[in-house]
Every structure is written in C-alpha cells, then in structure tokens.
Design a protein around this ligand. Structure first.
Ligand SMILES: [Zn+2]
Length: 271
C-alpha cells in the first residue's frame, strides 16, 4: 500500500499542468505546437481587437498573475509594463536576436524563420518551468521544426512569381515576410500604428495604380473595417482578404499556408 502511495505521489509530481498566457492568437498557435495536451494556453486578445491598441483589463491582469509563463510579441502597448511586473516569467519575442527585425517590422510572427528560432527559446523556457517534461517539449519542438522547414521550401516556390512585384497592404505587416520569401516591395498605406493614412500616401498609391503596378490590396478583415474596402473600391483595386492573426487557422503552419495561398493567387494573375 505504501508502495502504491509512493507511485501515486511520484506520478503527480511528474505531471504538473502548466498555464501559458499569450497576448495574441499567433503566439497561442506557436505555443500549442510545443506544449503537450493537458496544459493550457490562454490568449488575452479576442478576435476583432487591434493588437497595437488593445488596453489591459483587470481580468487580464488576473490571468497574467495566475500564469506560469507569459509570452508577448513586444508591440503590445503594455509589453514593458508587464515584462517589468512579471520579470521572472515573461518571454518577449522582440528581445535578443530579434531586435533588429522588430525595429523594421513589429509583426515578427509573419517570418517563419523567426518563429522557428523563437519556438526553440520557448521550448527551453517551458523546460525550466517543468523539467519533468523537458523531453516531451523537445520532441514536440523537433516535430514542429521539421514540419516548418519542409513547408518553408514549398512556400518559397509557391510565391517565386512575386519577386520584384509590389504588394499593397492597408497596414504594412508583411515586410519581414516579403524579405524572407524574396517578394518585391511592400507598399503599406498606414506606415505607423498611431498615424492614419496620409494624403501623400494616397497620392503615391494613385500613381502606382496609374502605372499598372498595383492591382490588388491586402486587407485583414479581422482588424480592418469597411474603410479598407471603400479604399479598394475607390482605387479600383481587387481586395485580397488575408488572415494575419490566424483566427481561421488551427495551427501556425495553417496561418502561413493561408497567406501563401492568397499571395500565390495574386502571382498567377500578374504573371
Ligand atoms: Zn500590425
């Protein structure tokens, strides 16, 4: 009987469930690749929120407080505050080797190579939180990285017709993505996150349309509203709906897959 109790206690100590709080959906998808079943990921921001502008609620603080680990991109308005408050359990994507990329474009998750590196960092952090599961985390990371790398070459191939082509976006989020896949220039109507669309930028777009360089405009339906659609109409640009936050994706690979397919469809049209 005593032996059974010992076994029971041992198995309890081996299977602590961990809770990871993340700010946005793409981080949730990435974390889920590494975290085994039975552990939880809680996402702070809901569908339809603008991740650059979202303000923390009291209930969010409660979630962050109760989490074993907090994962942020670094572009959240409250990223520094949370990183200071929970210094020993916060991981920020934008830190360390990603700083330079982050300065160029805050949407770090849209470069799969960045995600591959960051997921390794996450795997190591999860192992610190729960050393008994270190092997499982590593297995999951290896599986994820293998699948991601296999996809990477396919994605590259799917979009090779976009080399040198200009891609118009309402909100420029695909700069790192375009650089990684050797796509042409990204023309974002909104340059900063606080500024709106300037008259100068609209005149530049009109010029691109006139020259026949721009025929499509990428719109993220979950973030941008009807104003974006009106713009498309006004400039006679075909709207291409992209899901940059992965609300319709079941995992991170699906998130990138769907963006690649949308862009590949443009590639076909402009070939
Ligand atoms: Zn953005």
């Amino acid at each position: 009987m005593r032996w059974l109790t010992t076994v029971f206690l041992l198995s309890c100590s081996l299977a602590l469930s961990i809770t990871v709080a993340v700010s946005i959906r793409p981080l949730e998808l990435i974390v889920k690749h590494i975290l085994p079943e039975g552990h939880s990921v809680v996402c702070i921001m809901d569908e339809g929120t603008n991740p650059h502008l979202y303000q923390l609620k009291a209930s969010d603080l409660k979630i962050l407080n109760g989490a074993d680990l907090i994962v942020l991109v670094g572009f959240e308005e409250w990223a520094n505050k949370v990183a200071d408050m929970f210094a020993d359990k916060t991981v920020v994507f934008a830190d360390g080797v990603f700083e330079k990329d982050f300065e160029q474009d805050e949407h770090l998750w849209l470069d799969p190579v960045n995600v591959l590196l960051f997921s390794h960092k996450l795997m190591l952090r999860f192992s610190q939180v729960e050393p008994a599961l270190a092997e499982k985390f590593e297995d999951n990371w290896q599986d994820f990285s293998k699948r991601l790398l296999e996809k990477l070459w396919l994605w590259c191939e799917r979009m090779h017709h976009l080399k040198g082509k200009t891609i118009v976006e309402v909100h420029s989020a695909l700069i790192l993505f375009a650089r990684r896949f050797n796509i042409g220039e990204i023309f974002g109507l909104e340059t900063g996150h606080e500024q709106g669309i300037t008259a100068k930028r609209l005149a530049e777009l009109a010029n691109l349309v006139k020259k026949g360089v721009a025929r499509h405009i990428l719109i993220d339906e979950h973030v941008e509203g009807s104003a974006a659609l009106n713009l498309a109409k006004q400039f006679d640009l075909e709207p291409i709906f992209v899901d940059l936050m992965g609300w319709e994706a079941n995992d991170y690979l699906e998130l990138v897959d769907s963006i690649v397919e949308k862009l590949a469809s443009i590639a076909k049209m402009v070939k």
